[in-house]
Design a protein around this ligand. Sequence first.
Ligand code: DHB
Length: 394
Amino acid sequence: TTTSVAIVGAGPAGLMLAHRLGRSGVDCVNIDVRARAEIETTHRAGILESASAADLLDTGVSDRILRDGDEHAGVELRFGGRSHRIDFQDLVGASVWLYPQTDVFIDLADARDRDGGVVHFGVSGTVVDSVETDSPTVKFTDAAGARHEIRARYVVGADGSHSVCRKLVPEAQRSQFFREYPFAWFGLLVETPKNAPELIYAHSEHGFALVSQRSDTVQRLYFQCDPDESVDAWSDEQIWSTLHDRLSGDDGFELHTGPIIDKSVLRFRSFVQQPMRWGSMLLAGDAAHTVPPTGARGLNLALHDVRVLAPILVRALGAAGDSALDDYEPQALERVWRAQNFSFWMTQMLHNPPAATGFDLQRQLGELSNVVGTRAGRAYLAEQYTGWPSAGGP
Ligand code: DHB
C-alpha cells in the first residue's frame, strides 16, 4: 500500500500527528509494537500545559478533559518542612491541567477510530528503509500475522525513547547529547482521597518526593530512589515511612495512607539527538529527546513537536516540497533545549545526590528560597512549568 506519511509509533506524539494530518486531508498510517491495552495501562506523566489541553480541545480530539481533568492554577514547592505556593494565574496568567497521559492516549486512539484512521497496534518485525530517497518504506507484520509493506512520501519516527528510527541517521552524521542521573523515581498509585488541592514537589534531606493526583479516589506519588531499586524489595510500611520522612514538617502535613495498587521504578536521563530530520524521515517526541520527569515536560514537548511538524508536512506534500522540512528543526529544537534546561534545573534543585554534603543541601535550600522568595523567582518557574509561547497553532 501507499500513503503520504508513515508514522512509526502510536503514542501521543504519533497519534496527535495522525489526527492533525487527517484534519488537513493528508493520509497516513501509524504502527506501534505495543498493544493498545499495554499503552493504556502504562502509567506516565499527568500534567498538561494549557497549549496541550488546547491541542485536544481545539483540534476536536475530545472534550473529556473538561469533565475528567482538573485545572491547576499553581503548585507547591515544599522544603524545610513548609510549603510555598507558586501561583501560576497571578504570576503568568496561565494554568495547567491534571489529565493523565493514559487518558490523552485513550482520547487520541478513540479519535482515530472515530475518524477512520489506520493504526496497527502490536506489530513486529518493523523495517524502515530508503529514508534517504523520496519513497521510503515501512515493512512490518501485523498482530494477525500478515506482512505489510507501506510505501510513503515521508516517515515520521515517533517511536519513543527506545526509537529504532533515530538509529537510521548515520552515526557519523548525528550528535547524541545525554546525561545520566544517579537516582530514579519510585512511582505509586494509591487508593486514598487527594492530599492537597495541587501538586507538591518536596525537597528534604532524605531526598525528593512528589505528591500528585489521579482522581478523587486514586493518587499518584513518587519518591527518589536508587536506580537499581527493585519494587519488590519495599514493604508498604517502608514506602509510607519513606514518604513520611520526606514530607513531614512543622505545619503538620500528613499524607493519607491506603492500598497501594501499582508500583514501578522509573529510570531517567536527559537525551537529545540531532538532527531531527534525515532525508525523508523526521523524528518527533521522545524518539528525538527525553527529559527527566521533574516538571512534567516530556508529553508537552512531544505535542509541541507535532504542532510544529504537522503544517510543515502539509506544505512539503504540497507545492513547497522538501524545502519546507528545513523549518522543522529550528522551530522544534529551541523549545527542546529550553525544556531540557528546565527539567534538569528542577531535578538538580530538588533531588539529593548520593554523595551530597551539608553544603550541597544548604545550597539547594538557598536556591529554593531564591525561587519562592521573590516574584521574579516564582515567575521564572511558573513561565516554564506552564509552557512557553508556541511557534505553531491548532
Ligand atoms: C506527574 C509526573 C511528573 O513528572 C510531574 O512533574 C508532575 C506530575 C504525574 O504523574 O502526575
